[in-house]
Design a protein. Structure first.
Length: 441
């Protein structure tokens, strides 16, 4: 009996292996079902009469999701199998994977495990994307009974280096396109952001994240300089990112907080200059005549960098008359050169009582140096006060002089003399009138 079975299975397999070469897949499938039917007809005999005795699927075939590279296990549980046979079939390729205890497929990653003539497990090792699809568990009853389950193969995202941008160096104001190509299953979602988490000025909008595989920056500025991350995710861990450094080149630019500095003899003074440049510039100080200033006992040139910004400082110790004049800070890179002039003027030393120069005094003197010194500021106030007093006394004087003629009429200090004066006035008036009258006549 077992020899007959084996022979039959062997012949079916051989036959099925040859048919696809001659006929189409569809034909092979129907022929396969036909063959299985004849198989069961031959093998199963008297039990057909009792419907209850037919094989029955105890549970559906589950849909299984597996990450690429892992192993998958598809169970098929059949009650009352009796002498019937279970076969696993790959639906979309119409391939028989196993019949009863035998693995038919050539695929070495596929194996079969079974126990108690009830559970039949199809095992797929190191699952690949080609394994994605429907798998059918068949029982060779007539008509054939089957159930199918879907094997989902998911692939974590990965970045295709060949189609993805690498670190870039561009000129300011040019248009820049960064690409990031990611693959995976399901299709990954790709986005761009700055590594430092800062917002991106993206063609007029301020955004934190740019969706999509392409980051296209029109008229790039130095503010765009930095490291960018292209992040791809599809829900299958781990997500992946690629770091791309974007460098923006521009010639040096310079700004001077104070173009005019004041110092008195014997003071220490500091000149400051701020520059921006990429590639990093070479910065130095020169005298009025263009001689480079080197650090020493007299001068101390210090600079500190922060990104493309540079802060330059020149400290001049114990200022003497020769130190007054112009100083130049210079910044140079491969794209250009720029310089700025700072003028150091003499200011009067603070009063001798303040022999110890504290930083506060120094700074106030510096300010005065720029706006005119302490003394000249106080003087105008004195003048103003004097002038105001002068004009005031003038006013008093005029008022007094205007009031003078009225004083006697108002005054009632000596009434007797006033009355005498009045009489005389009346007499004089009378005489004048009389004279005029006589002359007319
Ligand atoms: C498997 O998925 C199909 C369709 O996606 C669905 O019809 C079927 O019910 C699922 N099977 C199970 C066991 O969940
Ligand atoms: C950059 O792109 C803008 C808008 O697309 C275009 O007007 C401009 O000419 C481009 N500039 C360069 C240097 O290609």
């Amino acid at each position: 009996m077992t020899i007959t079975k084996l022979f039959l299975i062997f012949s079916v397999t051989l036959w099925l292996a040859y048919v696809p070469c001659v006929k189409g897949r569809q034909t092979r499938n129907s022929d396969y079902h036909g063959k299985l039917s004849s198989l069961h007809l031959t093998l199963a005999t008297e039990e057909f009469n009792n419907e209850v005795q037919f094989p029955r699927f105890a549970e559906p075939i589950p849909n299984v999701t597996v990450t690429i590279g892992r192993d998958a296990l598809l169970p098929c549980v059949v009650d009352n199998l009796r002498n019937y046979k279970v076969a696993w079939v790959r639906v979309d390729t119409q391939t028989i994977l196993s019949i009863h205890h035998n693995v038919i497929t050539q695929n070495s990653r596929i194996s079969l495990s079974y126990n108690d003539h009830r559970s039949w497990y199809l095992q797929i090792k190191n699952v690949q994307e080609v394994d994605r699809g429907w798998y059918m568990c068949q029982v060779n009853t007539d008509p054939m009974r089957s159930r199918q389950g879907y094997l989902q193969v998911v692939v974590p995202p990965s970045i295709v280096d060949k189609e993805t941008s690498t670190d870039m160096v561009v000129r300011e104001a040019s248009n820049v396109t960064l690409n990031c190509k990611a693959v995976g299953y399901p299709e990954p979602y790709v986005m761009w952001r700055r590594e430092d988490g800062e917002d991106i000025n993206y063609n007029g909008e301020t955004v934190n994240v740019v969706d999509g595989e392409v980051l296209h920056i029109v008229k790039i500025s130095r503010l765009h300089m930095g490291a960018y991350l292209c992040i791809a995710s599809n829900g299958v861990p781990p997500s992946i990112s690629k770091r791309i450094v974007l460098r923006v080149q521009f010639p040096p630019m310079l700004s001077i907080p104070n173009q005019l500095e004041g110092a008195y003899i014997g003071q220490d003074v500091t000149l400051e200059c701020l520059t921006e440049a990429y590639p990093t510039s070479i910065n130095y100080w020169t005298t009025e005549r263009g001689d480079m200033i080197v650090s020493g006992d007299k001068h101390e040139a210090v600079s500190s960098d922060s990104g493309y910004n540079k802060y330059m400082m020149l400290k001049i110790r114990n200022v003497n008359p020769k130190d007054f004049g112009s100083y130049k800070c210079v910044a140079k890179n491969s794209l250009g050169e720029t310089d700025g002039v700072i003028k150091l003027d003499e200011i009067p030393a603070p009063s001798t009582t303040t022999t110890q120069v504290s930083p506060h005094v120094t700074s106030s003197i510096k300010k005065n140096g720029r706006n005119g010194n302490k003394n000249s500021r106080q003087r105008p106030i004195d003048y103003a006060v004097e002038e105001w007093r002068e004009s005031d006394s003038d006013g008093d004087y005029t008022l007094v002089s205007m009031r003078t003629p009225q004083d006697p009429s108002d005054g009632s200090g000596e009434p007797a003399s006033l009355r005498v004066q009045g009489i005389w006035t009346v007499l004089l008036l009378f005489l004048t009138l009389a004279l005029l009258f006589v002359v007319r006549r």
